[in-house]
Design a protein around this ligand. Structure first.
Ligand code: AMP
Length: 134
């Protein structure tokens, strides 16, 4: 009994560590090793406030598992990619911006303006935005 519980814990820990990049700030936030204002966490995704908000609401929704960017997504990631959207929708409602509107952005690599290489969805709202932006 004790051995099987220990095996279960060991297997959970190794799965988490394998899914994590030890130098990635968003992995650290998802695993509680770095601080952030968390708004949501479940088995697949974590959402927290952006540290440098560009609008009254600026939330990041990330997969818990380290995926470097959209360039690395696979069909196996489809459940987590769908969850990013349902959590974004829920948080937009919670923030009171669902009706007024908001923008979802996923930057990829240098030309896309990606600075943190752990896939993330920006959910930005609370002010009128123009498209395209610079
Ligand atoms: P991107 O340019 O799309 O890679 O966006 C990265 C975003 O992560 C930026 O908006 C940063 O302000 C935000 N960011 C970086 N480090 C943190 C952190 N420790 N906590 C919250 N947001 C962060």
């Amino acid at each position: 009994m004790f051995i099987s519980f220990a095996q279960h814990l060991y297997s959970r820990l190794t799965k988490t560590l394998h899914a994590m990049n030890p130098t990635c700030i968003f992995c650290k936030i998802a695993t509680g090793q770095a601080k952030a204002t968390l708004l949501h966490q479940d088995d697949l995704v974590t959402a927290f406030r952006d540290i440098h908000p560009v609008a009254p609401t600026h939330i990041l929704v990330i997969p818990n598992r380290h995926i470097e960017s959209v360039n690395f997504v696979t069909p196996q990631d489809e459940p987590v990619l769908g969850r990013l959207f349902t959590v974004a929708r829920h948080l937009a409602e919670q923030e009171g911006i669902a009706h007024s509107g908001y923008r979802i952005i996923v930057n990829t690599n240098a030309d896309g303006g990606q600075t943190v290489f752990h896939l993330h969805m920006h959910v930005i709202g609370g002010q009128r935005m123009r498209y395209p932006m610079g």
